[in-house]
Design a protein around this ligand. Structure first.
Ligand code: ADP
Length: 189
């Protein structure tokens, strides 16, 4: 049973690491960014509403994201664990998640803060080349991160579940540190 929240700026490698751990730990990788991009591609109502915000590097409004998370965590495969990537992204979302987890009688084990310096983030995103990985949009996503998401580090530090991990190292090194964190937790349980 593993329940982790991945925090960290865009380009820090949250998605990459979450995918690997998801396989190892046999729990679903839940990425709000992936869910939203799938909705945009499929031109669903959610996708049509979200598209403009995403291409500008803004956060999609909470009312679109909160229902989606409630529904996703309620699915069968999420009963025994999950890795959340890209959610929560602001204090309102974090408070919503706390309440939701209370309601469904779950607790998150750790909040992983993946730390990577800004210059490295920008070059990683430019190399990745996703639709929203253009220089001006990247700059806005980093600004939005500082303003909206970074305060969550203090929010979760208060709850003593925060683990900071140096995400600027090689991918495999980061993975092995994350695996250790999970393994130690499971030994204690
Ligand atoms: P990255 O972390 O590299 O920016 P994501 O795939 O996590 O990439 O997010 C891409 C975009 O999807 C964000 O810029 C935002 O517009 C939208 N998004 C994803 N998750 C959320 C969320 N929890 N709340 C609001 N918007 C979100």
């Amino acid at each position: 049973m593993t329940r982790l929240i991945f925090l960290g700026p865009p380009g820090a490698g949250k998605g990459t690491q979450a995918k690997v751990l998801s396989k190892n730990c046999k729990v679903p990788h839940i990425s709000t960014g992936d869910i939203l991009r799938t909705a945009v591609k499929a031109k669903t109502e959610l996708g049509q509403k979200a598209e403009g915000y995403m291409s500008a590097g803004e956060l999609v409004p909470d009312d679109l994201v909160l229902d989606l998370i409630r529904e996703r965590l309620g699915q069968e495969d999420a009963v025994n664990g999950w890795l959340l990537d890209g959610f929560p992204r602001n204090v309102e979302q974090a408070e919503f998640l706390n309440k939701l987890l209370d309601e469904i009688k779950q607790t998150c084990d750790f909040v992983i803060n993946l730390e990577v310096p800004d210059n490295e983030l920008v070059s990683r995103m430019l190399a990745r080349g996703r639709a929203d990985d253009k220089e001006d949009v990247i700059k806005n996503r980093l600004d939005v991160y500082r303003e909206e998401t970074e305060p969550l580090i203090a929010f979760y530090r208060g709850q003593e579940r925060l683990r900071s991990v140096d995400g600027s190292r090689a991918m495999a090194e980061v993975t092995s540190e994350l695996q250790q964190i999970v393994a130690n937790n499971n030994n204690e349980a």
